[in-house]
Design a protein around this ligand. Structure first.
Ligand SMILES: Cc1cc2nc3c(=O)[nH]c(=O)nc-3n(C[C@H](O)[C@H](O)[C@H](O)COP(=O)(O)O)c2cc1C
Length: 299
């Protein structure tokens, strides 16, 4: 009796064990099928290169030079904004035409773009600063495009400044674009463009490579006699800049010092109709053995 009971028990247990083993094997198979796949391939990090377009307007080729430098460094596509009726007069004639167009609320017509913006993630937009903002052909072009969701990198050339004010206008015109601070350079300093563009593109991660990160400016302090002399030497001879330095901060740059002056704009005798801009910021660099130069004015 006892042994037959044992036999039944053993058979039942075996059945049970069989079910259990089947279950364990099934679970193991599922785990293998769903678990991480092991292959011999090395998982290379996927690097997606954004598609970049450099678009620019230039009347007298300064901005064109910067656009070409940027496009060359990025290996990016480039396109020029062309006014159907070109601004081909001299400085005075261009000013007069702009003033007239402004009074009449007119914008120049520009050629339709050849590039399809939908194909690009990053759009560099270059322009000369006219009347504190981008030149009218760029205003006209901006009305024909929607840069929503794109990374937009403004760059410009100017007599004394206008990067910040034009970028502010750009942000108002294209509120859903991701607009960067951008790069601006004085027409008188185009020789500095290759090195500055290199720094700008590296510092903002558009190209790889070593660069010397600039330190922040120190605290502002009232200008000394020596600093006033540096300021005056930097702005001397620039007709649109007649200002008195009040305070300054500085930082080291490769081979020299950069100064950030806060100055008071003074009335200009030769431009008596242009009221002073109040407090302005003037950036000045002094590189070893060279005379001070101002790099931009923020009004
Ligand atoms: C009509 C006109 C208006 C200008 N307005 C300004 C201005 O407001 N601020 C400034 O710093 N430079 C101004 N400039 C100087 C230009 O920005 C500068 O010369 C620029 O480098 C020209 O670039 P481009 O050669 O690409 O046309 C003006 C030039 C012109 C022709």
């Amino acid at each position: 009796m006892h042994s037959s009971l044992t036999l039944i028990y053993v058979i039942m247990m075996n059945k049970h064990l069989l079910k259990l083993m089947t279950l364990v094997i099934a679970m193991a198979l599922v785990a293998v099928a769903c678990g991480p796949k092991k292959t011999n391939e090395k998982a290379e990090p996927q690097k997606v290169t954004p598609k970049m377009l450099v678009i620019y307007y230039s009347q007298t080729s300064n901005t064109k030079m910067v656009a070409e430098e940027i496009a060359k460094r990025l290996n990016a596509d480039m396109e020029e904004i062309v006014a159907l009726q070109p601004y081909d007069g001299d400085f005075k004639a261009t000013i007069e035409r702009c003033v007239k167009e402004r009074e009449q609320g007119l914008l120049p017509e520009v050629q339709p773009m050849k590039a399809n913006l939908a194909n690009y993630d990053v759009v560099f937009i270059g322009y000369p600063v006219w009347f504190g903002t981008y030149a009218p052909p760029v205003t006209a072009w901006l009305k024909t495009v929607d840069l929503s969701g794109k990374k937009v990198v403004p760059f410009c050339t100017f007599g004394s400044g206008g990067l910040e004010s034009s970028v502010k206008d750009l942000a108002e015109t294209q509120p859903d674009a991701d607009i960067m601070e951008g790069y601006g350079v004085r027409a008188a300093r185009l020789a500095a463009v290759p090195a500055e563009v290199d720094y700008f593109l590296k510092a903002n991660g558009f190209i790889e490579g070593e660069y010397e990160k600039l330190e922040d400016f120190a605290e502002q302090h009232p200008v000394s006699e020596e600093e006033t002399a540096i300021f005056n030497a930097a702005v001397d001879g620039y007709p649109m800049l007649h200002a008195q330095a009040k305070s300054v901060a500085q930082r080291s740059i490769p081979n020299g010092t950069e100064y950030l002056f806060i100055a008071m704009d003074l009335p200009r005798e030769e431009n008596a109709d242009m009221p002073p801009a109040g407090e302005i910021t003037v950036y000045v660099t002094v590189t070893d053995g060279e005379a001070p130069v101002f790099t931009k004015v923020v009004r």
